[in-house]
Design a protein around this ligand. Structure first.
Ligand SMILES: NC(=O)c1ccc[n+]([C@@H]2O[C@H](COP(=O)([O-])OP(=O)(O)OC[C@H]3O[C@@H](n4cnc5c(N)ncnc54)[C@H](OP(=O)(O)O)[C@@H]3O)[C@@H](O)[C@H]2O)c1
Length: 206
């Protein structure tokens, strides 16, 4: 904390559930940090609903940071309902599905050496093509607002039930600025529904 130039941490997130340490033990340590005034709120990352429930018995969990994007909606099954019921925040990470949902990738894209995306099923040629077809379908909504597809995707993400924050990543200043400016625009309920209807037809191959 000295190196961060702070006396306390607002949200202290356990990065992944640690399979070698029981959840109560981890949470008791976090509870102690809160008691000591070093941490204000406890958060978790990549916890499922059952793990959140277990953690909640020992310290009040404020939030869960989990993967969520238009093409990765697993948390809608249990994490979102749990968080809505118990008033937890959700920090959705990789909301652009690592660039796929900006529409800039074309089938045959060659990732640089060491880029982990090359091995992910999202980036199979077939999936890039299917995703781009879907993005083309919703592009008129983005065009009418004068925003990029990525910005529209971020707006849709923020409108989903239970989603508090979209943790968009960026490789450079331009991307960071464009992503942050997404919230200068807005989407209506009707537009969200139109996008969701188109999205529900999109199926990726694993
Ligand atoms: N808790 C966890 O386990 C966990 C795991 C993963 C991530 N995270 C957090 O979530 C954050 C975001 O994750 P992510 O980087 O996977 O998010 P993302 O927003 O899905 O993808 C970011 C990538 O998309 C491309 N991109 C972003 N904005 C763009 C734009 N405006 N135009 C064109 N391309 C754009 C960039 O890659 P290219 O330019 O190379 O295409 C960028 O690196 C991370 O910084 C991290 O803090 C947490």
């Amino acid at each position: 904390m000295k190196r961060l130039g702070t006396d306390y941490i607002d949200l202290y997130q356990i990065h992944w559930p640690d399979v070698t340490t029981p959840i109560p033990e981890t949470m008791e340590a976090v509870a102690q940090l809160i008691k000591d005034g070093k941490v204000r709120y406890a958060g978790v990352c990549n916890y499922d609903a059952a793990q959140m429930q277990e953690a909640d018995k020992h310290v009040m969990i404020a939030s869960n940071q989990v993967p969520y994007s238009m093409v990765k909606r697993d948390i809608e099954k249990d994490v979102v309902p749990y968080c809505l019921e118990h008033q937890k925040g959700i920090l959705a990470y990789s909301p652009l599905e690592r660039g796929l949902l900006t529409g800039k990738l074309k089938p045959g894209h060659q990732f640089a050496e060491g880029d982990h995306r090359a091995g992910l099923y999202f980036f199979k040629n077939e999936n890039i093509e299917r995703t781009n077809n879907f993005l083309n379908e919703i592009k008129p909504i983005a065009d009418a607002k004068g925003i990029s597809l990525g910005q529209l995707v971020l707006l849709w993400t923020l409108e989903q039930p239970g989603i508090t924050i979209a943790l968009a990543g960026a490789r450079n200043v331009q991307q960071a600025t464009q992503n942050a400016r997404a919230v200068d625009a807005s989407v209506s309920n009707e537009e969200v529904q139109t996008i969701t209807n188109a999205l529900n037809k999109l199926q990726l191959v694993k």
